[in-house]
Structures are given as structure tokens and as C-alpha cells.
Design a protein around this ligand. Structure first.
Ligand SMILES: NC(=O)c1ccc[n+]([C@@H]2O[C@H](COP(=O)([O-])OP(=O)(O)OC[C@H]3O[C@@H](n4cnc5c(N)ncnc54)[C@H](OP(=O)(O)O)[C@@H]3O)[C@@H](O)[C@H]2O)c1
Length: 306
């Protein structure tokens, strides 16, 4: 089967399309024919070993010294169940699914296997495979952090989302909307129209205004790009208000339950996939170059099936 292989740490050009062995599902696993995936910040971070200082050593220990031991990158997928292990009860052949492989990676390939108990669920019925692949990464991360922040519907929560145009940011806006929160979003001038399209009225453009001098105060500040700090935002917090960031040591988990939330919101028309660009698997180098810019709006999708 075709897969994008990361031959060593380095620039996008270290990626190559090769034929590798098709996996076989174990008893409690399903085999998914991958239709679409996404190139996310996690993929380019692993490929380029983009971490600061001593974390580089930790990353090499965890991921591999000269290059990732798991050579096929890709953490999210959508596709069709092609085969099930003999103990699988919750999926059947032909089911259209979406999910994430987390640290197992492997999603930039024609097929992958995943435990039926893992973060995999039926894809939203009204979503294309591209849309389903696009919502899994940012969506689950946003749900993790906003649940951690104990966002509640009845509280009319005032939330500031810093970096509202990335994969996590566009998802956080929509998850916060599902809690009827009062949202203020921080983005660049070039991201304003997107955030506006997502339904946010209160927008601060960080290239035109110092957001830390904003007069309002917030119950939750969520930094969805990891580019500000609690110290910088301190004066924007209500008493009892809390700051959360994707930029710390806290790693979002991925769960079937989060995927089910995303499916319900999408099917009810309360969630959209924000897709910036779509590339074919054989354009994976180009896709990584684009994500490397750090400027993508929403998600970059990789079409896997031909
Ligand atoms: N802790 C976790 O579990 C976890 C999980 C997922 C992701 N992450 C981390 O979260 C970060 C974001 O991930 P992502 O996939 O959402 O990234 P992404 O989609 O690549 O983010 C790109 C977006 O960020 C905006 N941006 C760039 N610089 C900015 C700044 N200084 N202020 C505000 N916005 C800025 C860009 O728009 P403009 O350039 O127009 O501003 C662009 O739309 C990454 O560092 C990733 O590693 C952590």
C-alpha cells in the first residue's frame, strides 16, 4: 500500500511516498481504508523535531534518534472499515468512520488499524471524508481544554480565545459556541473574515491592537496557539477566572466520546470543518511546506484514496 514515509528529521523534503506492507487487524482491531487525513501542527513538529532545548533530547528518546521510529506520520483519519478482528462488536465492514491514531501515527497511508475501543467513531453522516478528517484534531483538542476549563451552558461564560484561526482555534470557537459562551477572539487581520464567518462578533486583531489592554474581563482565557502566557493575560481574568494553553506540558487526550460530540454538532449544523487547502498524498511535501508556515487557516487535508 502507498504511504508517506518520514525518512529522517528535517525539512518537508525528507518525506517520500513508498509502498509498504498493508497492516492486518488484531482480534480487537478494525482495518480502515483511509480516504482522507490531515497534515497538522503535530506532524510538522515531529518531522522537523521542532521543540525547544532539552525537549529535543526527550523527543528523540520518545520518538527515535535520527528519525521517527514510526515512519508514517499522520494522527487523524476518515475512511471505510474494510475488515474487522474476530472480537470486534461495535463496527462492521463498510462503516464510514473518523478518528485519531495519536502517538501511533500511521494515518498518512492507504490503510491503518486501530483498536475498536480507541478514538474512532462513525463519521458525521453529512460530512465528506475530507471534512471528517479535518475536524478530528482541533476538535478533540478544543473539547479537552474547554472541558478542563469546566465551561458550562448556563453560566454565560465569557471566554477569550487567543489564536482563533488555527486548527485548534477554529474548533475552540465552535465548541465554545455550543456552550453559548460569550466569545471574544484574537486573530490577525488576515484571519478576521474567517472568525467572522464562524459567527464571532467580538474580534481583536493582534496586529492592530494590544489585546492585553482590552477593557473586558474573562472567565476563561484559552490560548489555542501557545503564543501568549498566563502572566501576559493576568489583568484580563475575572476573579476566579482561569488561563489554559495548548503550549504547556498538558497534552490533550483523544476519545471516542469527543468524536461523538463532534459528530452530533456537525450533523445538527452547529459545527463546520474549516478547510484551508486540500492536497493529494503524493503532494505531502507541499502540504508540509504550507503547514510549516504556521499561517494556515483551520485545517490542511490530505486526500489518501485515489
Ligand atoms: N497540548 C496539546 O495537547 C496540543 C494539541 C494540539 C495542538 N497543540 C499545539 O497547539 C498549537 C496550535 O496548533 P494548531 O494545529 O491549531 O496550529 P495551526 O493551525 O498551525 O496554527 C496556525 C494559526 O495560528 C495563527 N497564529 C500564528 N501566530 C499567531 C499569533 N502570534 N497569535 C495568534 N494567532 C497566531 C495563524 O494565523 P495568523 O498567522 O494569521 O495569525 C494560523 O491561522 C501548536 O503549537 C500545537 O503544537 C497542542
Amino acid at each position: 500500500m502507498k504511504a508517506a514515509i518520514c525518512t529522517q528529521y528535517g525539512p518537508p523534503e525528507v518525506l517520500e511516498i513508498r509502498d509498504i506492507e498493508k497492516p492486518t487487524p488484531k482480534d480487537k482491531e478494525i482495518l480502515v481504508k483511509v480516504m482522507a487525513s490531515a497534515v497538522n501542527s503535530a506532524d510538522v513538529r515531529i518531522r522537523g523535531l521542532v521543540v525547544e532545548g532539552f525537549m529535543k533530547i526527550i523527543m528523540r528518546l520518545v520518538l527515535g534518534f535520527k528519525g521517527p521510529r514510526k515512519k508514517v506520520l499522520g494522527t487523524v483519519f476518515s475512511g471505510v472499515v474494510e475488515k474487522i478482528g474476530k472480537e470486534v462488536a461495535s463496527f462492521k465492514v463498510g462503516d464510514e468512520v473518523f478518528g485519531s491514531t495519536g502517538f501511533q501515527l500511521n494515518a498518512h497511508a492507504a490503510y491503518l488499524t486501530i483498536a475498536e475501543s480507541g478514538p474512532v467513531s462513525l463519521k458525521p453522516a453529512n460530512a465528506s471524508f475530507e471534512e471528517a478528517a479535518a475536524i478530528a484534531f482541533g476538535g478533540q483538542t478544543a473539547i479537552y481544554f474547554l472541558h478542563k476549563a469546566k465551561i458550562r451552558k448556563q453560566n454565560n461564560t465569557k471566554i477569550l480565545i487567543y489564536g482563533a484561526t488555527g486548527s485548534v482555534g477554529t474548533a475552540a470557537v465552535q465548541i465554545a459556541q455550543s456552550y453559548q459562551a460569550d466569545i471574544t477572539a484574537v486573530c490577525s487581520s488576515s484571519g478576521e473574515s474567517l472568525v467572522h464567518r464562524l459567527g464571532v462578533k467580538k474580534i481583536i486583531k493582534y496586529d492592530q491592537e494590544d489585546f492585553t489592554k482590552h477593557p473586558e474581563k474573562f472567565d476563561i482565557i484559552f490560548d489555542a496557539v501557545g503564543k501568549t502566557s498566563k502572566k501576559q493575560c493576568k489583568q484580563l481574568l475575572n476573579s476566579g477566572g482561569q488561563f489554559f494553553t495548548v503550549g504547556g506540558m498538558d497534552v490533550a487526550d483523544e476519545q471516542k466520546a469527543y468524536l461523538d460530540i463532534l459528530r452530533k454538532l456537525f450533523e445538527e449544523g452547529h459545527y463546520q470543518a474549516t478547510i484551508d487547502r486540500v492536497f493529494r498524498l503524493d503532494e505531502v511535501v507541499e502540504a508540509h511546506r504550507y503547514v510549516d508556515t504556521g499561517r494556515k487557516k483551520g485545517n490542511v487535508v490530505l486526500q489518501i484514496a485515489e
